[in-house]
Design a binder for this molecule. Structure first.
Ligand code: ADP
Length: 688
């Protein structure tokens, strides 16, 4: 029985090594881990075959290969620590020890199965080597103060290593001092039975466990945390108990005949196999409820969030419900939500919950972080290992997140939920990650719905306001015509110079009011686009001709990309004419009709939601005017904002409205004293 366990242990060691071999390029220290697995596997294999056959040579193989385990482990630890210098002395010393052992054992060994002195010596050296490795691990753990997750992993590893060394030592002692004499070298079974000895093969199990934990560390797979382990073990223990009880019962019932026993065993197995799928789910649920309460609560919270999403009607409500519910479970130490802010052009942390010495960073730029997202997949900090991903990893660190769940809308990331699990855990389990992704998909849908509802509400409000103000404007226009007519009549009658001056003031101010009201009507009227395929170059050239004729001292130039005459690009030429003319007039006015204006058009890419990444036509209008102060830039597009004495403050507001009706965007860049550039981006997706 013992030999089978050793055989199994060696198989496990070889399997771990083979798994790493398949993807060795991806992992750090993969080669040295494979070497460690191979040497451990050979040692266990040697011992297992020795226990079965009693052949002396297998014993030599076992001791020789076992003594190379500690140098291999040390080599692995060095490589894992990314040290270039590896300890050669341990290899030489061990080679010497093995040589001395083999030579002396061959000479002095008597024909018994008891432990010989050379074997005792080599075992002591082996334990010494392991203790040295333990010391190295201890120092490595102490060093990792900046990285608590890695330190926690090393602590687990060290505890397990300590237990393994104690188990190995105890088993070695038991085997050395309580050995049976083989009754006869010829009786294979009896000899094998006696060699199995008193010592249970506990150390083999610990060695395999240790190799497994190392494997998880090398592959950076999440370590199963204690709560989950208990839950899983208790579920397995229940089934083991059930099977044992059933088998004992059949043995008791059918003790007199072997066939009877076999028959009963078969019945039990059938019974067990049919019960297993039925019972597995509830038992696992009960044990999870009992041992893994936060994990269970997270699942419940996610389920509740899913249920409540259709009832959440504002982004604020959505944010606080999701984050609060997730945080309450006790499974997440820090929970934060980042959403794309169109105006600032960055992702902004809209909310976060959790206690931490430092708050997660408030803003995250699109690049390089967004490059790590792919559709329907979450980003885990530990997966970001290639050099290109290192900046993204740093961003995750400053967000204090271990995973980020992207919120996708129309093939585009519009935000993410960043989560850090509670300190006792080493990350979210596969089930948890799946459930989280599913909920985030729903959240994205809800966000889309809320935004469209908000947009619709705003449109209704503006439409109502527009109708109201259009009516009001008409009411103002009629009396204005009356006032102007009366003033002009009086101008004709009255020859007094002072009166003439005031009457002229009334006429010019009513004219100005009329212009304001007309422009306002223009702004308030619902926009109806007359889309048609048109050449943007022709349009700009037309506007330029007009402008050149009007202002002789302004030098206007135009550069364009020839590709821009694409057929599919449709827009409303009259409205865009109005926009460009307005921008040109503003520029000329700002330069006091003396300076240079440069227009350029090119193909670009939209950088804002919801058409991020789509091709666009970009028109830039730059002047050499005085520039616009930062404070003023924020107010430019607000209706009625003007710095001019006779300005209406509606030109830019109307231009913005027209561009946005084309699903485009208008922005301004300006350096005080150096000039201003207005940029219009229009998506090339409007097919007439
Ligand atoms: P108006 O021209 O009637 O004032 P606009 O909406 O067209 O209204 O412009 C608003 C304000 O923006 C202007 O008063 C001016 O201060 C500023 N502005 C617009 N274009 C420029 C420019 N090219 N350079 C400097 N300031 C500008």
């Amino acid at each position: 029985m013992n030999s089978l366990i050793y055989l199994l242990a060696s198989l496990c060691a070889f399997t771990f090594g083979y798994r790493i071999y398949r993807h060795k390029k991806r992992f750090l220290a993969a080669r040295s881990y494979m070497l460690l697995c191979a040497v451990t596997g050979i040692a266990f294999l040697g011992f297992s075959v020795y226990l079965i056959s009693g052949e002396f040579w297998f014993r030599v193989v076992f001791y020789s290969s076992a003594s190379f385990v500690s140098p291999c482990l040390l080599l692995f630890l060095h490589k894992w620590d990314q040290k270039t210098e590896t300890p050669k002395w341990m290899w030489y010393t061990n080679a010497g020890i093995v040589a001395v052992y083999v030579a002396t054992d061959l000479i002095f060994r008597e024909n018994t199965y008891e432990t010989s002195f050379p074997e005792g010596f080599v075992s002591l050296c082996f334990l010494g080597g392991l203790l040295y490795c333990g010391r190295y691990l201890w120092h490595a753990m102490k060093k990792e103060e900046e990285n608590p997750i890695r330190q926690e992993r090393l602590r687990h590893l060290l505890i397990l290593f300590g237990i393994t060394i104690i188990a190995l030592g105890t088993e070695g002692l038991l085997r050395a001092f309580i050995a049976y004499d083989a009754p006869s070298p010829l009786n294979f079974l009896a000899r094998s039975e006696s060699l199995q000895g008193l010592a249970p093969p506990v150390s083999a199990s610990f060695c395999v466990l240790f190799l497994y934990v190392l494997y998880l560390n090398v592959t950076l797979t999440r370590l199963v945390d204690l709560y989950e382990l208990f839950a899983r073990l208790s579920a397995t223990a229940f089934f083991a108990l059930l099977l044992t009880t059933l088998i004992s019962l059949t043995l008791y019932l059918g003790y007199d005949s072997n066939i009877h026993i076999a028959f009963h065993l078969m019945l039990v197995l059938i019974l067990f196999l049919s019960l297993y799928p039925l019972l597995q789910q509830p038992i696992q649920q009960v044990s999870t409820q009992f041992f893994n309460r936060p994990g269970k609560q997270l699942h419940t919270a996610l389920f509740e969030i899913e249920q409540s999403l259709p009832n959440l009607l504002s982004v604020d409500e959505l944010e606080s419900t999701i984050l609060t519910r997730m945080h309450e479970t006790g499974r997440c130490a820090i929970t934060s939500l980042y959403l794309w802010d169109h105006d600032q052009g960055v992702f902004v942390r809209t909310k976060h919950l959790g206690n931490s010495t430092q708050d997660p960073i408030p803003h995250v730029a699109k690049t390089p972080f967004l490059e790590s997202f792919s559709i329907n997949k979450l980003v885990r900090e530990e997966d970001l290992i290639t050099p290109e991903q290192i900046p993204a990893r740093h961003i995750m660190e400053s967000m204090q997140a271990q995973i980020c769940l992207p919120i996708w809308s129309e093939q585009m990331v519009i935000g993410w939920i960043a989560l850090k699990p509670t300190p006792w855990s080493d990350g979210f389990s596969r089930d948890e990650r799946k459930a989280l992704l599913r909920v985030v998909e729903q959240i994205a849908r809800s966000l889309d719905t809320i935004r469209s509802i908000d947009k619709l509400k705003e449109q209704h409000r503006l439409a109502a306001l527009g109708t109201m103000s259009a009516g009001l404007a008409h009411e103002i226009r009629n009396p204005l015509a009356g006032i102007k007519g009366a003033a002009q009549f009086l101008q004709d009658q009255n020859q007094d110079e002072v009166h003439q001056e005031f009457l002229q003031l009334i006429v010019s101010e009513t004219d100005r009011l009329n212009v304001v009201v007309s422009q306002f009507l223009n702004y308030a009227r619902p926009l109806k686009l007359q889309l048609e395929p048109y050449s943007i170059n022709d349009l700009i050239n037309n506007v330029l001709e007009l402008e050149r004729a009007n202002h002789k001292n302004v030098d206007v130039s135009y550069t364009y990309t020839p590709k821009i005459n694409i057929e599919e690009f449709s827009f409303d030429p009259n409205l865009l004419h109005q926009v460009i003319l307005n921008l040109l007039q503003n520029a000329a006015q700002a330069m006091e009709y003396n300076g240079n204006i440069h227009i350029s058009s090119s193909i670009g890419q939209l950088v804002y939601a919801p058409y991020q990444g789509q091709p666009s036509v970009e028109i830039k209008i730059s002047d050499t005017g005085p520039g616009i102060p930062k404070e003023t830039q924020k107010k430019l597009f607000i209706p009625f904002f003007t710095t001019k004495d006779n300005g209406t403050g509606l030109g830019l507001a109307i231009s913005q409205r027209i561009v946005e009706a084309h699903n485009g965007n208008i922005s301004v860049k300006s350096n005080k004293g150096k000039g201003t550039t207005f940029v219009i981006s229009l998506p090339i997706l409007l097919v007439s």
